[in-house]
Structures are given as structure tokens and as C-alpha cells.
Ligand binder design. Structure first.
Ligand SMILES: O=C(O)[C@H](O)[C@@H](O)[C@H](O)[C@H](O)COP(=O)(O)O
Length: 242
């Protein structure tokens, strides 16, 4: 007799819950600082890729005060809206405003927006910039949208399948999606997964529920954070506060 297929297990993650945003920011900054310290001690240099959006500002402010050898650290972005730094939508502007100050001003910053008219036109130059980064990343900090996107891996995006391919040959991809607002450029899945320390930073009840839904079996393209959960080398470390 044919037995019904066994239900697939949920995709694993390791959630650490914090009382509030400040406690989460301190813990996240400590994780990232330790990863940068370890890689710098080993290689003499280290790189960090952070996400943009509304969530990271307090974390970036907290990290900027970390007593690190910032002159040996390169900072870049997980992804970028294809806008100049004069735009309020610029992730590079967010990093300059909240991270690259005080001691952290000494870090090298590699933005992804090149000034080309589109991310497709700017992709080669952005890829050349990425090739000059210390790799693998010492730390990658991802965010997540309420639709289950992370980086610029938006559901239904043109270029999504190639960007979340665990064997993607390219380090960067151009992405266009209705939900993304501007055209985007994003690191693809492999360089993000290769990081020494890969962390997901989410806040609020809704995103915790979205993560729960994403951990249930389903296509990566429907909730692209699943591609990270599914292919991460170990259960994804999630830092969350209400
Ligand atoms: O450029 C971006 O928008 C980010 O890299 C993106 O992946 C972000 O992490 C999520 O959209 C969550 O954004 P919020 O923190 O604003 O909810």
C-alpha cells in the first residue's frame, strides 16, 4: 500500500530573543566584532557586509563604537538600491551616517552603487569592486522583509533564481522587482553563505511570524529567506526582539 509522503521537516534556525532593540544591538555588534577580530587576527584584514533598510541603524551605531582595528576592516553592503548617496533610499548613506564615524571612520568602505544608469550597466564595475574585498566575509548581517525577502532576493523578482542559486558563479546580481522599489544590486547567495558568521537581524512580532512561515517547507522563490535557511552551513543565527 502506498503511504502518503511524510511531511517535510521545518527549515532550522537558531533564534536568540532580546528584551529590546538596545540589547539586541549590543549582542549583534558583539557577534560581528568577534568575527572581525578573529578574521583580522588570522589574515591581517577582514570584511563585513551589512544590510540596509529601517532596522539596522541602532546596531550600526553600536558597532561603530567597537574597539576594533578598523584600519584593517572593509565594510560593504549586502545589497543596494540603485540610487546615489544623496537619496534617502541609499544604503551606503545609511552606513556612512550610522557606522563610519568615530574610530570606525578608519574602515575602508566599498559601496555598490557605481553611478551607472542601471545596475545591469554598473554590474561589471561593482563586481570588480567586490573582487577586491577580503573574502570570505568575516560577517554578514541580513535583514528580512515582511514578504520573506532578504538581501534583494524579492519574491517574483527578475533575476531571482540566478541570485539564490547555491552554485551561482557570479558574486553580484542586478535585481528588479515591483516590491523592491528601485532597481537593485545584490550579493548572490554563495558569498553570503560563505561568511564566517552569518546573522539575521529582525525585530517585531510580524517578522517573527514571517520567519516561522518561511521555516515551513515551500519554494525558495515564494519566501527567498528560505534559500538562506535551506543552504546555510549550520542553522541560521537569528537575533530578534519584540
Ligand atoms: O536594501 C534593503 O532593503 C535591505 O538590504 C533589505 O534586505 C532589508 O534588510 C529588508 O528589506 C528589511 O528592511 P527593514 O529593516 O526596513 O524592514
Amino acid at each position: 500500500m502506498d503511504h502518503p509522503p511524510l511531511p517535510l521537516p521545518p527549515l532550522p534556525y537558531a533564534l536568540a530573543a532580546y528584551d529590546d532593540r538596545a540589547a539586541l544591538a549590543r549582542a549583534l555588534a558583539a557577534h560581528v566584532a568577534q568575527a572581525l577580530l578573529s578574521r583580522t587576527a588570522r589574515d591581517g584584514a577582514a570584511s563585513l557586509a551589512v544590510s540596509g533598510g529601517r532596522t539596522p541603524a541602532l546596531f550600526l551605531e553600536t558597532l561603530s563604537a567597537a574597539p576594533l582595528d578598523w584600519g584593517r576592516i572593509t565594510v560593504t553592503l549586502v545589497d543596494e538600491r540603485w540610487v546615489p548617496e544623496t537619496s534617502v533610499r541609499s544604503n551606503a548613506a545609511l552606513v556612512r551616517a550610522h557606522l563610519l564615524k568615530g574610530e570606525a571612520r578608519r574602515a575602508r568602505f566599498v559601496p555598490l552603487f557605481t553611478g551607472a544608469p542601471t545596475p545591469e550597466v554598473g554590474l561589471d564595475e561593482a563586481t570588480a569592486r567586490a573582487a577586491g574585498l577580503p573574502r570570505p566575509f568575516a560577517a554578514v548581517v541580513l535583514g528580512m522583509g515582511d514578504d520573506g525577502h532578504t538581501a534583494s532576493f524579492f519574491p517574483g523578482a527578475a533575476g531571482l533564481d540566478a541570485a539564490i542559486d547555491p552554485a551561482a558563479p557570479a558574486a553580484l546580481a542586478a535585481i528588479r522587482a515591483a516590491a523592491a522599489g528601485e532597481p537593485r544590486i545584490t550579493f548572490t547567495l554563495p558569498p553570503l553563505l560563505a561568511a564566517d558568521t552569518l546573522l539575521l537581524h529582525i525585530e517585531g512580532k510580524v517578522k517573527r511570524e514571517v520567519l516561522g512561515a518561511a521555516s515551513r517547507p515551500g519554494p525558495d522563490g515564494e519566501m527567498p529567506i528560505r534559500a538562506v535557511l535551506r543552504h546555510a552551513r549550520r542553522p541560521l543565527d537569528v537575533l530578534w526582539c519584540p
